[in-house]
Design a protein around this ligand. Structure first.
Ligand SMILES: Cc1ncc(COP(=O)(O)O)c(C=O)c1O
Length: 416
């Protein structure tokens, strides 16, 4: 067993992330997902209003996925075939799938290493009269200079979608992320800070945009119970797997064995994903968001900022105490929420050093969409590529003890 013999089998292993639900809640969701009503419209409306108010917007429209909300936000613009949409180089592949399904062209702009958002020179180069929309994505809970970006796009009449799935409660110069653009889109999918077992919430203050999105929502098929049960099951399994006891006794040792045989396999935060081109968009992308999910959102939304604050404090503690200065700097006016605390490192070495300290780490599970082989407009984006391969997440989630944080600092300082 070599190195494995030296590992202490104690109960203090630190997982790579967490599910923002109590175990008892996850058990309840799974059990009740088999029979609870899914189509109570007044509950969905209540959650939409609550989320809109929470985000300082007039309106919210709930879709089954963020990608579906993006699909309709773009479809309702009636753009001509071949219009270009600027995208981040790293995001979920589903966003590229919906853009292609609308006969639009994805254009990838590389990142700035300090903000992990659009690099301005590359943005200027890639913008043309054909550019009609942009998806500004605030990844990892990091906030770029939103003013510079929004002024640039507004000046050119480009429709702005903000994907703030990883940055709920982030702000720039006191203004909430998600409220700078024409539409803000939040995915309440697994492991997010407001996780409702999936869902894509579109927020806006423009009445015409809202009415068009409402019409799109009305055309969706009934909520898909089988899919919801599957989501509730995955939520429960992930939640159990990341409890300290199960993680220390079973998951962590298993990950170490897997890492020895296939180091790549354990690097992606929630595993690798399919990179094939979709022949058609799956039906489930066009099923309704359910009242079951809305109820979860209503129960959790008021607790999000308190758990954010713990995570932000943890991230700031780690950033201050780690001797390595390999964290994105963002800007003085950024209020980051650090959904993940990302650090640029040799990922395999980092994973090994952290593992010796009983800490599990990972890189993003999102796709380097700019480099997808089977998709059009493949583009070199060297900064994003570096983050995709070398951006390692330091655990900073709520629930870490002071002793855990000290261990993470010690491990990080051994990477020098
Ligand atoms: C930036 C970003 N956008 C979108 C999504 C998910 O979108 P969807 O709800 O379509 O699965 C995620 C989830 O991982 C994400 O991180």
């Amino acid at each position: 067993m070599g190195k494995l013999d030296n590992m202490k089998f104690t109960l203090d292993k630190i997982p790579r992330g967490m599910i923002y639900h109590k175990i008892i809640e996850s058990v309840g969701y799974f059990m009740t997902s088999f029979f609870m009503p899914l189509d109570d419209h007044s509950t969905i409306k209540k959650f939409e209003s609550k989320f809109a108010e929470y985000c300082d917007r007039e309106y919210c429209v709930a879709f089954p996925f963020a990608r579906t909300a993006i699909y309709f936000a773009l479809k309702n613009l009636n753009l001509s075939k071949g219009s270009e949409v600027i995208l981040p180089p790293i995001t979920i592949k589903g966003i590229v799938d919906v853009i292609l399904a609308l006969d639009l062209v994805p254009v990838y702009v590389d990142w700035d290493i300090d903000t992990l958002n659009f690099q301005l020179d590359d943005l200027h180069r890639k913008t043309s009269p054909k550019t009609k929309a942009v998806v500004i994505t605030t990844l990892f809970g990091l906030v770029p200079d939103m003013k510079v970006l929004v002024d640039f796009f507004r000046d050119k009449g480009i429709f702005i979608i903000e994907d703030f799935s990883q940055c709920l409660n982030g702000s720039f110069d006191g203004k909430r992320v998600g409220t700078f653009g024409d539409v803000g889109i939040y995915s309440c999918s697994s492991i997010k800070t407001l996780d409702t077992l999936g869902g894509g919430l579109a927020i806006t203050s423009d009445t015409a945009t809202y009415e068009a999105l409402k019409k799109s929502q009305a055309g969706l098929s009934l909520a898909d119970r089988k899919f919801l049960i599957k989501k509730a099951w995955v939520n429960l399994v992930r939640n159990v797997a990341t409890t300290r006891l199960i993680f220390s006794l079973a998951v962590f040792p298993l990950l170490q064995i897997m890492r020895r045989f296939n180091p790549e396999a354990t690097l992606k935060q929630t595993g690798s994903r399919n990179k094939d081109r979709l022949p058609t968009l799956p039906k489930v992308w066009f099923s309704s968001y359910s009242s079951f999910q809305a109820n979860i959102g209503l129960a959790h939304i008021d607790g999000v900022s308190a758990s954010d604050q713990i995570r932000i404090d943890n991230a700031n503690f780690l950033k201050a105490r780690c001797d390595l200065d390999k964290f994105p700097k963002t800007t003085k006016s950024s209020a980051n929420v650090y959904w993940q605390l990302v650090m640029v490192q040799d990922p395999k070495k980092a994973q090994e050093v952290f593992a010796r300290h009983g800490i599990d780490t990972a890189t993003t599970s999102l796709e380097l969409v700019a480099a997808l082989e089977k998709y059009p407009n493949k583009t070199m984006t060297p900064v994003a590529e570096k983050i995709y391969h070398n951006g390692i997440f330091l655990p900073c989630f709520p629930g870490l003890s002071n002793a855990d944080l000290e261990r993470i600092v010690n491990a990080t300082n051994q990477l020098i």
